[in-house]
Ligand binder design. Structure first.
Ligand SMILES: *[C@@H]1O[C@H](CO)[C@@H](O)[C@H](O)[C@H]1NC(C)=O
Ligand SMILES: *[C@@H]1O[C@H](CO)[C@@H](O)[C@H](O)[C@H]1NC(C)=O
Ligand SMILES: *[C@@H]1O[C@H](CO)[C@@H](O)[C@H](O)[C@H]1NC(C)=O
Ligand SMILES: [Zn+2]
Length: 376
């Protein structure tokens, strides 16, 4: 399974202006989220803070070589697979999350938030559908209001690294930095620390797994790939194939031995449009949930067990708080969850008002001219 490498031609990413649809309820409404942390630039390969390296110092990190990288991604040497490298052999370990149980479907969207995410979030809200969002760290810093919105809608926020690189080709230090900078950005905006990460391109081996594990993170791969990103990057790709595959997967629900986790992207207008088209097809055939919900694992480090739809903030009593998407009682939810510290409350106050909505405008954030994302 050698993933193809594609460059995102655009070097400008879109940004949003937070706007209110009515008079601001508070003076802070519309004020951009102010990060306290100084983050690496979006898309760059970050370096870790020393205290993050201390976290893995006494951990059992698999002593596998850093995989060589070419312009087309990792380069396999030999045919043996001693370190369970997914890119080369599709190998997974028991702790990797690859599928949901039979009858269930984990719906996931990668590479956001982007200027197109708001449209997807709007649609998901109309059907009360919760999803797992694998966010790129630099995008979190570029679009904090969308992060807040996704969190308050009850989506499960998860990590997709900082630079979207092949993790097996990075050093231990770089992998720590990829995960921890992204976790730090999400935590700063929401007050919670994600537990799940999706390695870009699914590129993971035992060394990457052991580092993620030492930091308290669980990898999520997929077992159904829409190839949706090709609609924007591959002229020979027929977008109807996305719908065709979704219909096929739906028809397999009864006979399949396990459920699904799909790979989609809120990266382009066309991938968001496809995501909106195929969701009802999947919903008719499966119980569509977040990944954490279908596997019974907590979304956040602060959330305790079995809490994939967390209330965002103990002090936030606004109607924007997510409702439990399952039949579990609110008492069970509130009992299990106390994710928000003072910082989350502050973040909420700064970025959210009942009447405010993130309104997408146009290209604002310009990455360095050499920052070409490699995306999957
Ligand atoms: C470290 O991990 C390796 C591979 O998973 C395992 O074989 C070894 O026993 C572990 N060592 C310790 C001290 O836990
Ligand atoms: C599923 O997608 C692949 C390309 O990713 C395509 O070749 C195939 O025809 C699609 N299947 C259906 C049933 O549309
Ligand atoms: C809830 O979490 C516990 C561990 O804390 C686990 O044993 C149990 O299976 C989980 N329940 C569900 C429904 O996933
Ligand atoms: Zn990706």
């Amino acid at each position: 399974m050698l993933p193809k490498l594609f460059l995102l031609a655009a070097t400008a990413l879109l940004s949003i202006n937070a706007q209110t649809t009515s008079a601001p309820a508070a003076a802070a409404a519309g004020t951009p989220f102010a990060f306290k942390e100084t983050y690496p630039s979006g898309g760059s390969k970050p370096t870790p803070k020393p205290e993050w390296m201390a976290l893995i110092k006494s951990a059992n990190i698999t002593n596998a070589p850093v995989v060589k990288a070419s312009a087309n991604g990792p380069v396999q040497s030999g045919s043996a697979d001693p370190y369970c490298d997914w890119t080369f052999t599709g190998c997974t370990r028991p702790d990797d999350i690859v599928a949901c149980p039979k009858g269930q479907w984990g719906i996931t969207y990668d590479d956001g938030p982007t200027a197109f995410s708001g449209k997807l979030y709007d649609f998901l809200d109309t059907t009360q559908q919760k999803s797992t969002l694998f966010m790129i760290g630099g995008q979190v810093v570029a679009f904090p209001d969308l992060v807040t919105r996704a969190y308050k809608s009850g989506h499960e926020l998860a990590m997709h690294t900082w630079s979207h690189s092949y993790l097996t080709t990075e050093t231990n230090e770089q992998i720590v930095a990829e995960l921890m900078w992204t976790a730090t950005a999400i935590k700063e905006v929401t007050g919670v620390t994600p537990r799940f990460y999706r390695p870009p391109y699914g590129d993971i081996d035992d060394r990457v797994r052991s580092i993620g594990h030492a930091l308290g993170f669980t990898p999520v791969i997929w077992n159904h790939d829409t190839d949706d990103w090709k609609v924007a990057e591959d002229k020979t790709f027929d977008e109807k194939w996305i719908d065709g595959n979704a219909t096929k997967w739906a028809s397999e629900a009864a006979s399949a031995t396990e459920g699904g986790i799909s790979l989609e992207h809120d990266l382009y207008q066309k991938t968001v449009d496809a995501a909106i088209r195929i969701l009802p097809t999947l919903q008719k055939a499966y119980k569509v949930t977040t990944v954490g919900q279908c596997v019974g694992q907590a979304s956040y480090k602060e959330g305790g067990a079995n809490t994939t739809t967390v209330a965002p903030s103990a002090s936030s009593s606004s109607s924007a708080a997510p409702k439990a998407s399952s039949s579990s009682s609110s008492a069970a939810n509130s009992g299990a969850v106390s994710p928000a510290g003072a910082s989350a409350s502050a973040a909420s106050a700064k970025t959210e008002s009942g009447a405010s909505r993130a309104s997408i405008s146009s290209a604002v954030l310009v990455l360095g001219a050499s920052a070409a994302y490699m995306l999957l």
